[in-house]
Design a protein around this ligand. Sequence first.
Ligand code: AMP
Length: 411
Amino acid sequence: MQFKDLKLNKPILKAIAEKGYDIPTLVQQKAIPFILEGKDVIVSAQTGTGKTAAFALPILQLLFDKQDAGKRGKKIRALVVSPTRELAIQIQENFQSYLSYTNLRTTVVFGGTSIEPQKEILKKGVDVLIATPGRLLDLHKQEIVNLSFIETLVLDEADLMLDMGFIDDVKKIERLCPVEKQTLLFSATMPHKVVQLASSLLKNPENVEVSPTSSVAKSVSQVLYYVPKPKKMELCLHLLRNTIKGNIIIFRRTKFGVAKLEKTLRRNGYKVDSIHGDKPQNERQLAMNKFKKGEVNILIATDVAARGIDIKDLDAVVNFDLPNVPETYVHRIGRTGRAGEFGTSYSFCSADEKAYLASIQKLINTHITVEEAHPYPLDPKAKPQVHKKQGSKHRPGRKSAASKKKKKRWY
Ligand code: AMP
């Protein structure tokens, strides 16, 4: 199938050709016809499948075909809600590149950065708005954004949106849009709460499903290292010196863990940057750009900060900490081995992460190959470390048992 078989119009086909896309990806083949028909659609697809173009292209076509000839200023007719700033920026960049041969306009708004420049652009008028929920509601409250003319509403990464606690915001945003509209819901996974949200917001939706999250691309080889928790840092340095080369993302579960690893790697002379939720937006963007431009070759990230980010030419993904949600493992390693390239994922498993490993292996229905030849092996009998609150034996408590006994009660 070719793009022109999808009944896309000339200005859009021209932009696609300029991007160098030859054939539509599976999600594009399946979703674009439904969207062009004006139907509500639920799409289960991960980043990397071409899902952004799967909604951006038909939305632009619908807007292009049905333009308001009047000169009353542009109204926002398509709204894309995205859970994170990085994703929102990426989506807007996609729209921007596909609309070059139309007179349509787009912008992106997100929190953590000054609201004034965003207001200025919005006042000039855009056709497509990409937004994170909080900033969108803020701008709506200030009457800068009017959602009464929305024709298509896209909820992207719905599962992450719910995980991040945006359910009420999403419902509120939907209510601010007209009742008669097209709603598209995209989600990497389809847990019950996403299905519930979809059934409350979408009308007779079509379902499109590509590559369920339990499948790992064959082009990613997976390796597992059992290692005691305190030795993970040394193992990471050992592998970076001897085994892992090229452009690498290292995932950690916490912001604190990210910061600690970044400091250690930098001290050891590695070119590294990081993204996590506590970093201001401009710093996160700066780190991303440095990584994309090759100024640093190692990016350390938490899942939420890195989710959905499209980074090309990744050679390796390191799971410094195993994720406690098994689907997250599939998301993480899906970032390498894309588009016909080969990639490797290296996962560290300490004694207390064995349960996570079990559920990951169950989900992907594979036993990850264990690499035993490394200097920091884990004793197979090692028990998980339990962090007990340690009180000093010299300070058994504020009061002795005798004093507690002697205490006079007031009643
Ligand atoms: P996404 O899943 O939307 O994050 O897209 C992943 C990457 O695939 C992006 O870099 C897109 O530019 C690219 N892409 C989207 N559609 C196509 C296509 N039909 N052919 C080749 N690359 C594509």
